[in-house]
Design a protein around this ligand. Sequence first.
Ligand SMILES: Nc1ncnc2c1ncn2[C@@H]1O[C@H](COP(=O)(O)OP(=O)(O)OP(=O)(O)O)[C@@H](O)[C@H]1O
Ligand SMILES: [Mg+2]
Length: 227
Amino acid sequence: MPDRNLAANRLLAVTEEELQRIVLDIHDGPVQNLFAAMSQLTVLRSQLSGLQPPPDECLATINRTISLLEISLGDIRDLLGTFRAPEFVGSELPEIIEDIVIQHESFTSSSVTLEMRKPFPQSVSLQVKIAICRILQESLSNIRRHAGVENASVTLRMEKNHIILEVSDQGRGFEPPPLNGPYATEKQEHIGLRGMRERAALVGGELTVESRPGAGTRVHVEIPIHE
Ligand SMILES: Nc1ncnc2c1ncn2[C@@H]1O[C@H](COP(=O)(O)OP(=O)(O)OP(=O)(O)O)[C@@H](O)[C@H]1O
Ligand SMILES: [Mg+2]
């Protein structure tokens, strides 16, 4: 059993490291090139507008291309921001959660009601912090993309040596696939939900999703900690 935990912790750390590497690679590679392409097009636009008569059709195409590049760069920036690594090591869990919530609100101009009940969990391991953060980020991102509402609620509390995190919305809801047990989903289209389930399981926790069409969604995760 201890060996399994060790392996699971290593897997979680590697996954996080890889994620940050992907974020950096995208930021340093394709994003820089897209910016460069956009400035080249801006130069071309001013050269063409100096011609007599100005080639209006070409200019219109260039303007549309510049707009598309601007939108794509904005989207990529939002996405990379979502996966920015919070300061896990030196910060306590409530601070990290607050940080993610504030960041989500500013990126999406939506509002999140945050309730963190004392006593706060003490000496939470790095692996548990990472798991909770990623589950929170994915749940908030799902609300933004699928729930059709501008508000989300997040609560954090302790119950008998378990950290409990709940992320809920009053949005359109859905039929959640089974996440645990023999019929648990392994479908590609549930990769976000499966990822949350796996992150909880890797730290000995369990994740459930309660939802119904028209009745909102609640993601509930319980993770044991040893204080
Ligand atoms: N809060 C929510 N409100 C309404 N529907 C939701 C909510 N969360 C998830 N869903 C539904 O469950 C589906 C699966 O979610 P999941 O996170 O696994 O994938 P995704 O968000 O579509 O894609 P990905 O997370 O891979 O970018 C979503 O496509 C959506 O239909
Ligand atoms: Mg998702």
